[in-house]
Design a protein around this ligand. Sequence first.
Ligand code: BT5
Length: 308
Amino acid sequence: MQATRRHVLDAVADGPISGPQLASRLDISRAAVWKHVEALRDDGFDIKGTADGYLLTGVPEFGGPAVEFGLTAPFDIEYHDNIDSTNDRARTLATSGASEVVVLADHQTGGRGRLDRAWASPSGGVWMSIVCRPDIPPAHAPITTLAAAVATTEAVQNRGVDAGIKWPNDVLAGPAERKLAGILTEMEGEADRVSWIVVGIGLNANIAADRLPEQATSLRLEVGDIDRADLTRDILERFDRFRRTPGDVLGRWEELSWTLGRAVRVSTPTGEIEGEAVDVEFPGTLVIQTDDGTVGVSAGDCDHLRPL
Ligand code: BT5
């Protein structure tokens, strides 16, 4: 949201404030104040004209302005009711130089998982892709994905969900350990430096069971419908904090992990590894104790076998 419009919104949220007061506070004309108020109304904000001035009485349920209102992390939100894939759009923005932008959608028609698997993205979810340019070598990029998994897990736990992380970055929920969220990170870089990273987070929010694959769950199923704008802000603010303090990510990931200490089978491009998941090491390598010794795995699909 444009800076002046954001100031107008903040002021009417603390209102009532009259048009002339707003104009002088923001050093703009009264006509410009009126234009910003009208534009905010078009975005779904309920702004009443009372005898004492403008007053915010309602905010839109979801969308770009709804998320940006009160967001303390430095992201612009590009919202779509419908899009093929937020990651595809974010990649296009990233290759044309954008940064600190989040592409957010209510519904995706071509949502993607890892290895080009399909990702069900009906209306009611939180489907978003964060474009950023961290000053790190490409080999360290997995820590950014872990940060997103930690941020997402904390945010849903905060809303009463029994949630944990399955390595590398699935958020599971409930006693049946169903998949609530998945993360798809894509990047471009040179040998020593990342050029851009797109962190795609797909979170099943206010979605009924019959719109999701069998092994999936949603916030609606776990705790009931939630305020998606508030949740999106919460995830972005947590992600923003963790990317600034990457040293905190692994420890928090370990605390939230449902993989460590479990018997696992990990399918990697070079074969299957079975054993006990004993540790996770920077930037996200899973350490597995097998019958033949310890193995570190940096990528793959993990199945939790019986609890140890
Ligand atoms: C992932 O892949 O878990 C990453 C998913 C990332 C989706 C987000 S949404 C916003 C952004 N834009 C995109 O286009 N993508 C990202 P993976 O670990 O490969 O898991 C994929 C598997 O999860 C599928 O093969 C299904 O078995 C299952 N699945 C599909 N849709 C699901 C859903 N909505 N909830 C839970 N599981 C699902």
